[in-house]
Design a binder for this molecule. Structure first.
Ligand code: PLP
Length: 380
């Protein structure tokens, strides 16, 4: 019972099928001038065009990367170092480490770094960005959080910082909710394939046309001199197929996932006392969270052991995760939950369920039953 689809997803059969020819007979280098290379080039450019269309961008605004981590690193580091666009970074406290760690590294190199706080529900306090409305600032706020699923209304952030460069990490939201570059008025955006049943190791970075962007990764002239390295036609074919499936079926998939997470919420609330929902609850008018995530913590977490809960769930055949990290042998609380003012003990013993279009009602029932029994036993 796989409930960790925010970590990664199972590759779809037709995605794998789309990749195989580019690993076998059509193995050419897309930069080569002879026919096996040109064939790969045509596919790569068609994929770029289709992906750009999905986010309402121009194909020249997309570069392929090795995934979300590289796209985030590239956006932040190129803006500061290679492209010399900004001297100040403003990032939210709940960013993925693939944004926080490069930001901290840039701060060590002398760039000015400021952190945008969130409220108790995990929504970034956009008002606090107002003093940073400058063309020398890059603001980076994720579209949807990977631990809680909270969606940040980025249009409102753009209104607060019209002059700043704006980047978003859309790894979790891409393919699950609408993501439109014209509407959101972003300068940079990160997307990745493996959270939407595509292959690992491939993503893209949107770079708005007109930005004087210099490559962070240097070498060959690929991606119009903006990202060196031989493109992987197989991964790109998988990426575009997964994106086509996700975007073509977005409403239907969201409806299935939402049904499962509503059931999860209801059963968790009934079967397990003393829990706190860290994922904001959608209501009729407002979609506040991704359809696929439910994150809970336990208000008596100091009596529980988060790692032991995950291991006991695994023994019962249920894969779930939490946002804590093991650093030098001790469990660090999730920085996201701490930023939301949850006590550190809760941040060490949260449980994140993330479903997919393939998750069944019965799996939900079994997983909640398993967690209820494990937590009850630990409490005793
Ligand atoms: C919000 C977010 N950003 C970035 C990443 C990293 O993406 P990738 O695994 O494609 O490098 C992840 C993956 O867990 C993520 O959830």
């Amino acid at each position: 019972m796989y409930f960790d689809n925010s970590a990664t997803t199972k590759i779809d059969d037709d995605v794998l099928e789309a990749m195989l020819p580019w690993l076998k007979d059509d193995f050419g280098n897309a930069s080569s001038v002879y026919s096996v290379g040109r064939k790969a080039r045509v596919m790569v450019e068609n994929a770029r065009e289709e992906l750009a269309h999905f986010i309402n961008a121009h194909p020249a605004e997309l570069i392929f990367t090795s995934g979300g981590t590289e796209s985030n690193n590239t956006a932040l580091k190129s803006c500061c170092v290679e492209s010399k666009l900004v001297n100040t970074l403003l990032v939210s406290s709940i960013e993925h480490h693939a944004v926080l760690h490069p930001a901290e590294e840039l701060a060590r190199q002398g760039f000015s770094l400021h952190i945008l706080p969130v409220d108790d529900y995990g929504f970034v306090q956009f008002r606090e960005a107002a003093p940073f409305n400058s063309a020398q600032t890059l603001v980076s706020v994720m579209h949807a959080n990977n631990e809680t699923g909270a969606i940040q209304p980025l249009e409102a952030l753009r209104e607060v910082v019209p002059n700043a460069f704006l980047h978003t990490d859309a790894v979790q939201s891409f393919g699950k909710i609408s993501f439109d570059m014209q509407r959101l008025q972003l300068d940079f955006a990160t997307i990745s394939a493996h959270k939407i049943h595509g292959p690992k190791g491939i993503g893209a970075l949107f770079i708005r046309k007109g930005i004087d962007f210099k490559a962070h990764q240097q070498g060959g002239a690929q991606e119009r001199n903006r990202r060196a390295g031989t493109e992987s036609p197989a991964l790109i074919a998988g990426f575009v197929t997964a994106a086509r499936n996700a975007i073509g079926n977005m409403d239907a998939r969201a409806a299935i996932m939402r049904e499962r997470t509503v059931l999860l919420r209801n059963l968790l609330g009934i079967q397990i006392p003393q829990i706190h929902f860290n994922t904001p609850d959608n209501n009729e008018n407002d979609i506040l969270a991704l359809p696929n995530i439910v994150n809970i913590s336990f208000t008596d977490a100091d009596r529980l052991d988060g790692e032991a809960i995950l291991q006991a769930m695994d023994m019962r055949g249920v894969a779930v995760s939490n946002g804590s990290a093991c650093v030098s042998g001790s469990v660090q609380p999730s920085h996201v939950l701490v930023a939301m003012n949850r006590p550190a003990a809760e941040g060490r013993a949260a449980v994140r369920f993330s479903v997919s279009k393939d998750t069944t009602d019965n799996e939900v029932r079994s997983a909640v039953q398993a967690l209820a029994e494990i937590v009850a036993a630990m409490r005793e």
